[in-house]
Write a protein that binds this ligand. Structure first.
Ligand code: GSH
Length: 204
């Protein structure tokens, strides 16, 4: 088995654990724990990649960082029938790409920024307020999309759903989905998938 995923507890690398399980590819998971005080990754990850962040995928001599890049790599190599990613000539392809990238881009960043501001005790600032407004806009965008489509790329479950789930789970944990019924229903649907449940068993 040559695929090795460096997984950090309570982190968005759980999306890659889930994707590996959806693909059914043999792999090894190396568990890393956050520092209980700083919540940062341990130095062991710096030995694998200079950014020292998770997820990190090793495939033999190859090391890849960035969730989106790791997902693209795994799909290119292990999803030849395009079960989990639309073909480039499919009508779903542009939408698929947009959500795969939004998962670490415009949809995700306001929440991350606000999290850092909160940790720095800067939640009562105009910057935090503007990040909150961006977060609300992001959730409204997601709700508007999922009110019209069963999944992020369209009618079928794809890797875009794995990548988008982390932020939506965080919103659910904060009670933010009560006013977003389509998003709530989507989350329940994807959380019922066997690979999602298997991901939880891995100890994410
Ligand atoms: N854009 C990167 C973000 C990676 C990242 O920041 N990972 C976090 C986990 S959610 C991490 O390793 N944090 C620990 C640290 O920065 O020390 C990706 O999508 O993989």
């Amino acid at each position: 088995m040559s695929l090795k995923l460096h997984h950090l507890n309570a982190s968005r690398s759980q999306r890659i654990v889930w994707l590996l399980l959806e693909l059914g590819v043999p792999h090894e998971i190396v568990h890393h724990s956050r520092d209980p005080e700083t919540r940062l990754a341990p130095a062991a990850l710096l030995k694998v990649h200079p950014m020292g962040k998770s997820p990190l995928l090793e495939d033999g001599d190859i090391v890849i960082a960035e969730t989106g890049a790791i997902a693209e790599y795994l799909l290119a190599k292990h999803d030849p029938d395009h079960t989990l990613h639309p073909r480039s000539d499919s009508a779903d392809f542009p939408r698929y790409l947009e959500w795969v990238h939004a998962a670490e881009g415009a949809i995700f960043l306001p929440g991350l920024f606000r999290f850092y501001l909160m940790n720095a005790g800067l939640l009562e600032t105009p910057l935090a307020a503007s990040m909150e407004a961006e977060q609300v806009k992001a959730m409204k965008t997601i709700e508007g999309h999922l009110a019209k489509h069963a999944y992020f790329a369209g009618d079928s479950f794809t890797a875009a759903d794995c990548l988008m789930a982390f932020q939506i789970q965080s919103a659910a944990a904060m009670g933010a989905l009560e006013a977003l019924p389509a998003t709530k229903a989507w989350l329940e649907t994807v959380q019922a998938r066997p690979a999602y449940k298997a991901m939880l068993d891995v100890g994410v």
